[in-house]
Ligand binder design. Structure first.
Ligand code: AMP
Ligand code: MG
Length: 483
């Protein structure tokens, strides 16, 4: 059995990036109780799942008794939230415990969310309720299984205390998550705002070493870093769009340098396809609507470019010009990733000019608003000769018939389609139902969902309910950030 002394954290962030964090300790967790643990992920990280279940293991997962090798810190960052700039955000209720280097050499942060107030807490209580932490666990694990780059969830531990939210007292919890790093666009904004170019340079060098080491060989390593982040984000957002994922809070502090999805708050998957879909109660203007996500990503990357300008060239005009050139590449990178993904979703053969089919499909989906997930999944039936199931998804099937005919004439491959079009996604109504049960003490629905979502492409008998959209009459889904 492992002992705390055997858990070897490294602390390169703390070692290299003084000025971008504050050392801080977790608040006590009066009665910690393990609610969920991803055992396979634990093993990948070199942690013994049995040990994580012990009192000592919970000391790590709550941050209350971290191993000797860990240095817990609250990371500093700034960020544009809904377009408005906040110079000092940072981990208000989270801590970086340290980095674990897996046997395969992969370095991952272990980070705790809900571990108590830090100097960045502003008015917040530093705590997290159980339901939103379970929500992040469920959705991030689903995203991982869907093949989307994302932070992962290692564990949820109930703390034994209650936290006050608008709805009343709720059980408190801590989410232990991993990420290839927690560097955000907002981290660069914070570093740039110090006005100390050395801080910014150290951060950029650190990001290059950790995420894009080959940039170091480029003529302008920092411009190359920017290009890689632009490409990684273009690919990520395309994946979200294919799956109908709405992040909900694409603030610059919630956009990673690694290209992983981070910070699952008021996120949701589309039921009916709708570019204007917004699920977050705090997004009244629809800034982060489904269809706006690519544009917002580019807007955030422009803020990243602004932060990098001092490193790009001594002549600011040259720096801005070069950054603008790279930023303009976002649209092409995004459209290429988007179209390549839709080609697979439609099972189209290589070499075919898919542009007319894709353009018409976008218009058709926006007009007929079928269930996003089922529409693509049932297209495989149509490819196999039975268009009934997909026609059933729209009020007026004649709207889709012309398109279906042109698409089928292209010879789509349903086998390819079934590997990329999931049948099971974290349906909002099912997630809410499972979380409600969990808060009342019944974890079984959450366990079921995790099991279903771990294999989103394999249709299984007895799981029909998990593939169904909410019934007619169900109130439109809204997530009250409530994190
Ligand atoms: P998020 O919406 O989770 O990405 O958080 C945005 C910012 O608010 C971050 O700086 C968080 O650390 C901070 N924050 C969110 N909830 C709390 C809380 N309950 N207590 C302290 N800070 C919080
Ligand atoms: Mg955040």
């Amino acid at each position: 059995m492992t002992a705390a002394a055997d858990v070897a954290f490294e602390n390169t962030f703390v070692r290299d990036l003084e000025g971008l964090y504050l050392p801080w300790d977790a608040a006590p967790a009066p009665e910690p109780r393990l609610v969920l643990l991803d055992e396979a992920l634990a093993v990948d990280l070199g942690l013994d799942p049995a040990w994580l279940r012990t009192a000592e293991g919970l000391g790590l997962l709550t941050g209350t008794a971290p191993p000797e090798s860990a240095t817990t810190v609250a990371q500093a960052y700034a960020g544009h939230q809904f377009g408005g700039y906040s110079p000092r955000l940072g981990d208000g209720r989270a801590l970086l415990v340290g980095e674990l280097v897996a046997p395969d050499g992969q370095r991952r942060d272990l980070h705790l969310k809900g571990s108590g107030r830090t100097p960045f807490a502003r008015g917040g209580d530093g705590k997290a309720p159980l339901a939103p932490m379970l929500r992040e666990y469920l959705v991030s694990e689903a995203m991982h299984a869907l093949g989307v780059p994302t932070t992962r969830s290692l564990a949820v531990v109930a703390t034994g205390e209650f936290v006050m939210r608008e709805r009343g007292p709720e059980p408190g919890a801590i989410l232990a998550r991993t990420a290839s790093s927690h560097l955000r666009v907002g981290t660069f904004q914070f570093a740039a705002a110090t006005g100390d170019r050395d801080v910014l340079r150290r951060l950029a060098d650190y990001a290059i070493a950790r995420h894009h080491p080959s940039c170091a060989d480029a003529d302008n390593p920092y411009l190359e870093l920017f290009r890689r982040v632009v490409d990684a984000q273009a690919a990520l957002i395309a994946r979200w769009m294919h799956l109908g994922f709405v992040h909900g809070v694409m603030n610059t502090d919630n956009m990673t340098i690694s290209g992983e999805t981070i910070d699952y708050g008021p996120c949701a998957f589309l039921d009916a396809h709708d570019p204007a879909a917004v699920y977050s109660s705090i997004d009244s203007g629809g800034r982060y609507a489904y269809g706006n996500q690519p544009g917002i990503a580019q807007w955030n990357l422009a803020r990243f470019a602004e932060a990098l300008v001092p490193l790009l060239d001594d002549d600011q005009d040259v720096a801005v010009r070069e950054a603008t050139g790279v930023l303009e590449g976002f649209a092409d990178a995004y459209l290429a990733a988007r179209d390549a993904g839709y080609r697979r979703k439609l099972g189209l053969p290589d070499g075919l000019d898919a542009a007319p089919l894709l353009t018409d499909l976008a218009a058709l989906l926006a007009e007929a608003k079928p269930d996003h997930t089922l529409f693509f999944r049932r297209l495989s039936d149509a490819a196999r000769g039975d268009a009934g199931p997909v026609r059933d998804l729209v009020d007026d099937p004649s709207v889709v018939d012309g398109w279906l005919e042109s698409w089928r004439a292209a010879g789509p491959d349903p086998e390819v389609m079934d590997r990329v079009n999931p049948i099971y996604i974290p349906r909002n109504h099912l997630v809410e139902e499972a979380l409600t049960a969990a808060v009342a003490g019944d974890l079984e629905p959450v366990q079921w969902m995790l099991q279903v979502l771990a294999r989103p492409f394999d249709e299984r008998e007895g799981y029909e309910r998990f593939a169904q959209p909410p019934g007619p009459g169900t109130a439109p889904f809204v997530t009250f950030c409530g994190t």
